[in-house]
Design a protein around this ligand. Structure first.
Ligand code: PLP
Length: 479
């Protein structure tokens, strides 16, 4: 497809911008460009077709099934967008006096309160802009706590090998040494291994529960107890809380700090590096360390910003991605107290139904009931036919589906990690299972065909390492 610059024809144009409603201002000579900007010159028809065909090159949640494990690519209700595009919210300035933005402060206050209720925490910061950013923030809270007690020898964070990849990265970023512990054969934390690494240099444990293989750790209370008795704190990666929200709470499982991905569980759009939000909740003994400004309610019912007394400082400008928080709050209110556990139940039911349908042809990495996602291992298929997890993922593209997460978690070979989410219908899950069945039959019959897939997409098999390391993102015009 040609770039918009390459479609440019000198002298062609369109006028989408309105006439200015303020007087023109003459800039001084030194501020003016010497040459006009090299902008594409196209008609309104051209530009409209250009962006429509660009949109068709990608697969979004509005195009079809998107079971990208751990990413929770679910349908985001349009009402959230509608509320967040109200001028009363979009025209706010982050520096305007708090008396003039009471509604926005109330949204932040009430959203924090709802998140406390859902997670069993006492306080929240809405500042972090992503899940990994929340992890980093939470670890700084843990560090501030140990330092405030003069307990400086705690330099290690324990991370099970079934954790999300961002967990060890965040711990290292926060200056900790990462202690990796292997999982037991059932996919849960190995308690003996955990006991063996806990000591007076343990700052804390980071746990993703349900973990990245879709299993809720049955020993969760024992795990937090082991870490606490060694003097460490427990961090809960709640990016995928949609498996358990309204059913169990991290606070009740013994966790001290938690982050949530509003752009997963709480249904705000994500992907493409767009705005996210990774609020961090904590138990009251950590509240005074929270970053930035939090919102408090005064005795007269008005809202005000307040900086916690021992704050670790700001982790982002202003109050975080306010409009993302607003969408999430809208989502929480529209689900209500009964909708939240129903959502979790449907996420788990959908994953188990699809898992059951796929079990006929595909091996699962772990048996039993899963939570919101499950992991298949294609080792046997690879061995028998040479068809890899990558080939199957590519073939799914031709069936109009986004592939599952591939080769993750690292502890499962030839892994495909599937998360259908709660917003898919029974029919969609059955169609997806049918596509997987057809691909399996093809793997048996004509593996060579699958190695050439996809056949119907604009891009086939890019060199992924090259695309990630050396992307060509700049257009340099020919002179
Ligand atoms: C997505 C995810 C993260 C990271 O969230 P980002 O917003 O991408 O930084 C962390 N942990 C888990 C379990 C996740 O699924």
């Amino acid at each position: 497809m040609k770039l918009i610059f390459e479609k440019s024809v000198k002298g062609r144009g369109l006028s989408l911008l309105k006439e200015p409603d303020v007087p023109e201002y003459a800039l001084s000579e030194g501020l003016l460009r010497k040459e006009p900007l090299d902008l594409p010159e196209v008609s309104e028809t051209d530009i409209s077709r250009h962006y429509t065909s660009l949109a068709k090159q990608a697969h979004g949640i509005n195009d079809g099934f998107y079971p990208l494990g751990s990413c929770t690519m679910k349908y985001n209700p349009k009402i959230d967008e509608q509320v967040a595009s109200e001028r009363a919210f979009t025209a706010l300035h982050p520096l305007q006096p708090e008396e003039s933005a009471q509604g926005a402060l109330e949204v932040m206050y009430e959203c924090s309160k709802s998140l406390c209720e859902i997670t069993g925490m006492d306080d929240f910061t809405l500042q972090p802009a992503a899940g990994a950013h929340g992890e980093f923030t939470g670890l700084l809270l843990i560090r501030a706590y140990h330092e405030s007690r003069g307990d400086l020898k705690r330099t290690k964070i324990i991370v099970p090998d079934s954790a999300h990849g961002t967990n060890p990265a965040s711990a290292a970023m926060a200056g900790y040494t990462v202690v990796n512990i292997p999982s037991a054969p059932d996919g849960c934390v190995d308690l003996e291994k955990l006991r063996a690494v806990c000591s007076d240099d343990t700052a804390g444990l980071m746990l993703t529960n349900p973990n990245t293989v879709g299993i809720f750790d049955k020993n969760i209370l024992e795990i937090t107890e082991i870490v606490h008795s060694a003097g460490g704190l427990c961090y809960y990666d709640g990016a995928n809380l949609n498996a358990v929200m309204g059913i169990v709470r991290p606070g009740d499982m013994g966790f001290d700090v938690v982050h949530l991905n509003l752009h997963k569980t709480f249904s705000t759009p994500h992907g493409g590096g767009g705005p996210g939000s990774g609020p961090v909740g904590c138990k009251s003994f950590l509240s005074s360390f929270l970053p930035g400004k939090t919102v408090v309610r005064n005795d007269d019912g008005s809202f005000a910003f307040s900086v916690p007394s021992d704050s670790i400082g700001s982790v982002r400008s202003f109050y975080g991605n306010f409009l993302v928080v607003l969408k999430a709050y809208c989502y929480i209110l529209s689900l209500g107290a009964s909708g939240i556990p129903d959502t979790a139940k449907n996420a788990v039911l959908n994953a188990n139904y699809l898992k059951h349908l796929l079990e006929k042809n595909y091996d699962m990495a772990y048996g039993g009931i899963c939570m919101h996602e499950f992991v298949m291992t294609l080792e046997k298929i690879k061995h028998e036919s040479g068809v890899s997890a990558l080939d199957i993922a590519k073939a799914l593209l031709d069936k109009g589906m986004h592939p599952p997460t591939m080769y993750f978690p690292l502890i499962v070979h030839e892994a495909l990690m599937i998360e259908p989410t709660e917003t898919e219908s029974k029919e969609t899950l059955e169609q997806a299972a049918e596509a997987f069945t057809q691909i399996y039959e093809m793997a048996v019959k004509d593996p060579e065909y699958l190695r050439g897939a996809p056949y119907n997409t604009p891009i086939k098999r890019p060199d992924e390492a090259e695309a990630a390391r050396n992307p060509v993102l700049r257009y340099i015009p020919e002179k």
